[in-house]
Design a protein around this ligand. Structure first.
Ligand code: PPS
Length: 568
């Protein structure tokens, strides 16, 4: 049997003494404050998780990766690991220059010696890497709306690891895991990648995988960044701890991986394999719809359920890791055990609960059967996801000036306060502009800042179990989506389009602003001289023309009831 190569792999860190010296010298360099995703990427670059990369991709490497999953020298690498920065920052930077990379508190983590600076073709990157330039893909949305316009590339000199205060004992660098495997004499190690809580099907699948490969098992969950809306990693790790006890003693271990996932399906599977190889593993489980991003803007899956397995198989030898492929596992009632979906004995009854169904049951406080999950896991999930009627949520009205947003929002607030149970906060457009955004005007940039501030406050209210009612114009789709993502991390986001036509709003002209806008006395006025992007898929649309406020507010109440957010 060939033994795994568990010798240490190269890291990008300098010695402790050099780091102290560099830190002082770096104080005078231009500084880039890394985003949350860049911190994850940097950590895995520095600790060898992304080996053989020595830094953020150069332009030639980036082009190779985007075009054919290869670095310029031909090495297999499927994911662009790039340092995206703003145009403003990039203006002052030229190849040949060093920059200090800092975390969000300003601590210097590394130095980037810039060799390349370029403006990427993001549409091409989206098509090639994620399969479509479709904003429904979270990484494509990130690429266009969060990532900076310019990429910087070059080798990285590591000064120190990003600091983590949570689950320290469960975080391992590739070399720490390699040393652990060496110490225990593990020769075959099968890794399981996950971003979800583990239920019985996963436990069964991973246990079978280890048995089939005659290997030890590494549960290797991602705790960096996963898909927006996923269960937070604190809850998940507590769930994983509970499931670890279900494996035969000393066969299985768990380590947390600070990876920022891209949800790139097949390419992501190859990338995950390379990362696990760097962590000393010999086998890797690829199941159904590996790292799948969900549906595209036409409601179809971005990738086929087994595309990831196919691509992995194609590159298996080069990745240097054996794939353990698994079909979807289902519970067979008559046998009281789990089977791969394609091996179910004939005539037997199959039971399964999808992720969506599980979320519904948690939301509505319904039963989650023992055959599906472990009681410890269910109680952990219930602790962080109380039924919807007890969670915070946000109602986000959007619409033209004078459409009736504030009036309905006020009526809704009063009705919700009458019901009681949760604190209600109204973040009305005008009120916010007075208290939170008094220095802002109506340029696109300022409107975006204004809406993101509202989103931030609403997300905090939602997180803490309250009800936030927002009523700004919020004319841009991308910004509304960003706010939705911020809030859905903690509770429901109910977008209500107050779809009163502009003719009606202008005829009302309650504040006299339309008249001034027509006369050119107010610039950039929404609907007249500035765009309003109509929501494509709001939870509710109401037109206030000829309808009284009470009726509109009641429609919202009915919607909230149907979503289980309030009890009728
Ligand atoms: S935005 O785009 O969401 O940031 O706008 P918002 O903060 O909701 O705007 C609140 C009110 O500002 C008044 N106002 C304007 N609206 C649109 N365009 C321009 N240029 C403008 N200048 C002033 C307007 O009365 C908005 O209030 P509502 O309640 O919507 O009528």
């Amino acid at each position: 049997m060939t033994l795994p190569n568990l010798a240490p792999i190269p890291e990008l860190y300098v010695s402790h003494e050099s780091a102290l010296k560099l830190k002082v010298e770096a104080a005078t360099l231009p500084s880039w404050d890394l985003t949350a995703r860049q911190i994850c990427d940097l950590e895995l670059l520095m600790n060898g998780g992304f080996s053989p990369l020595k830094g953020f991709l150069s332009e030639a490497d980036y082009n190779g990766v985007v075009d054919n999953m290869r670095l310029a020298d031909g090495t297999l690498w499927p994911m662009p690991i790039t340092l995206d920065v703003s145009e403003k920052f990039a203006e002052g930077i030229a190849p040949g220059q060093d920059i200090a990379l800092r975390d969000q508190e300003g601590v210097i983590l590394a130095i980037l010696s810039v060799t390349d600076k370029w403006e990427p073709n993001k549409a091409k990157e989206a098509e090639n890497v994620f399969g479509a330039d479709d904003l429904a893909h979270p990484a494509v949305n990130y690429l266009h709306h969060t990532a900076g316009k310019i990429y910087l590339g070059g080798p990285v000199t590591g000064i120190q690891q990003p600091v983590h205060y949570d689950f320290k004992a469960r975080r391992d660098t590739p070399n720490e895991l390699r040393a652990y495997f060496r110490k225990l004499g593990w020769r075959k190690i099968v890794a399981f990648q996950t971003r979800n809580p583990l239920h019985r099907a996963h436990q069964e699948l991973t246990f079978r995988a280890a048995r089939e490969a005659e290997a030890n098992l590494l549960i290797h969950p991602v705790v960096g960044m996963t898909k927006p809306g996923d269960v937070d990693h604190f809850t998940r790790v507590r769930c994983y701890e509970a499931v670890l006890d279900k494996y035969p003693q000393s066969t299985t271990t768990m380590s947390l991986l600070n990876l920022a996932m891209r949800m790139a399906g097949p390419r992501e599977a190859v990338w995950h394999g390379l990362i696990r190889k760097n962590h000393g593993c010999t086998h890797f489980i690829v199941g159904r719809d590996h790292a799948g991003p969900g549906k595209n803007s036409e409601g179809k899956d971005f990738y086929g359920p087994y595309d990831a397995q196919d691509l992995f198989k194609q590159y298996e030898a080069e990745i240097g890791l054996t794939m353990v492929d698994f079909k979807h596992m289902v519970y067979v009632q008559e046998r009281a055990s789990y089977f791969p979906a394609n091996e179910v004995p004939e005539g037997c009854t199959v039971l399964d609960i999808s992720g969506t169904e599980l979320r519904r049951r948690l939301r509505e406080g319904l039963d989650i059967p023992e055959w599906f999950s472990f009681p410890e896991v269910v109680s952990e999930l219930r602790r962080t996801s109380p039924p919807r009627a007890k969670q915070g949520f946000t109602v986000f009205f959007t619409g033209l000036s004078g459409s009736g947003k504030s009036t309905i929002a006020n009526a809704l607030m009063v009705k919700l306060m009458e019901m009681g149970g949760r604190p209600v906060t109204l973040l009305d457009g005008d009120v916010v502009r007075k208290h939170l955004s008094s220095e802002l005007g109506f340029s696109k940039e300022h409107r975006d800042i204004n809406i993101k501030r509202i989103g931030y406050v609403a997300s905090e209210i939602t997180k803490n179990g309250g009800i936030a009612i927002c009523a700004p114009i919020a004319p841009y789709t991308a910004t509304r989506r960003a706010v939705r993502e911020m809030i859905e991390a903690y509770g429901a986001f109910v977008e209500v389009h107050v779809a009163t036509p502009i003719e009606e709003c202008e005829a009302r002209d309650r504040k006299g602003l339309y008249k001034l806008a027509r006369e050119g006395k107010i610039k950039e006025f929404t609907g007249i001289s500035d765009p309003y992007e109509v929501p494509g898929n709001p939870e509710l649309a109401v037109d206030t023309t000829g309808v009284d406020v009470d009726h509109c507010a009641h429609q919202v109440i009915l919607k909230l009831e149907s979503m289980g957010l309030i009890k009728g």
